[in-house]
Design a protein. Structure first.
Length: 318
């Protein structure tokens, strides 16, 4: 399915150096902010108090956030679970204040707004749990990266595997850089979004690489740069359809999903936009600079002794 067809190939690779210099600058800035500011980790990673409260009627989450903010808690997660009357509140640790004191303060503040609120449970999530989550998250990221490289090396060629993984890590670091610079809260849902972006970005790279391999077989007189330009141009209509529809769904979560989905959708929005960019200007350009050529994609059959050199099926018989 195509909305439109471009009849003349767009010379994307002509500007590859400029766009990749921009990528390097953004990448280095992201690394700088990650080290200088760090991530604003949620309670799931740092530890804190988790409260479950129940209301007689559907709870007003904005009023609950306002009540906790007045107490001095600025990094509080408030969300429904089960139904609209049950609310989970995650409070960060505070020096000199125990978990029990925190829950009592918050419950007292909530009762001022609605006397029907009841505390169902309150527990402390220690830093050890947070460290375990960080470790498991990094392991998951490493396994995804290794799996992507093996898959691309087997399906295509090692040069494509290297190019794609550089592009994907570029996307991940830039997402983390945005979260570090703007001090957006980094939670488990955001980590899930980062892993989703890895898969989403590699899918776009695989589609482009498939077009490159197809073009190498079809157009014998084109050089590698022309082949890559043709593959990207032929893929533009698909990119607009698939990424446009996906981005609309993600934006709907960002605008109407509330605080629970806000940072998850934000990570996906940044990741999808940079994923499109990196698949074209980073992954494709890296493959070009690594010297991808027709012989890497199409193996020349070995002609056996005594076969007719003009026979097109020579070397293919078993």
């Amino acid at each position: 399915m195509e909305f439109f067809k471009i009849h003349k190939d767009i010379p994307f690779m002509r500007h590859a150096l400029i766009f990749n210099l921009i990528s390097v600058v953004v990448f280095l800035l992201s690394v700088f902010f990650l080290f200088s500011r760090g991530l604003n980790l949620s309670v799931e990673f740092t530890g804190g108090t988790v409260m479950e409260v129940n209301y007689a009627q559907p709870a007003d989450l904005n009023n609950i956030r306002s009540a906790t903010t007045k107490l001095g808690y600025h990094d509080v997660e408030v969300q429904n679970f089960g139904n609209a009357r049950d609310v989970m509140i995650r409070l960060p640790t505070e020096k000199g204040v125990t978990s029990t004191q925190q829950s009592e303060q918050v419950l007292a503040a909530l009762k001022e707004g609605d006397a029907s609120v009841v505390l169902r449970s309150s527990e402390f999530v220690g830093p050890q749990v947070g460290e375990e989550l960080v470790t498991n998250g990094l392991k998951a990221l490493a396994m995804v990266v290794a799996g992507i490289m093996i898959y691309l090396a087997v399906r295509f060629e090692w040069k494509f595997a290297v190019a794609a993984i550089i592009a994907n890590l570029h996307d991940v670091v830039i997402i983390l850089g945005f979260f570090a610079f703007f001090r957006w809260e980094f939670s488990l849902s955001v980590l899930a979004a980062v892993l989703a972006v890895l898969g989403y970005s590699v899918n776009e790279s695989v589609v482009i690489f498939d077009r490159v391999r197809e073009a190498f077989r079809r157009y014998r007189k084109m050089n590698s740069t022309e082949i890559i330009n043709h593959a990207i141009t032929a893929n533009i209509s698909r990119t607009i359809i698939t990424h446009g529809s996906t981005q609309m769904m993600v934006l709907s979560m960002l605008l109407f999903g509330g605080n629970t989905l806000h940072y998850f959708a934000l990570a996906l929005t940044v990741g999808i936009l940079f994923g499109i960019y990196s698949s074209v200007f980073v992954a494709a350009a890296m493959a070009m600079w690594l010297g991808i050529k027709r012989e890497d994609m199409i193996k020349t059959p070995t002609r056996r002794e005594g076969e007719d050199p003009n026979d097109p099926n020579a070397g293919a018989r078993v």
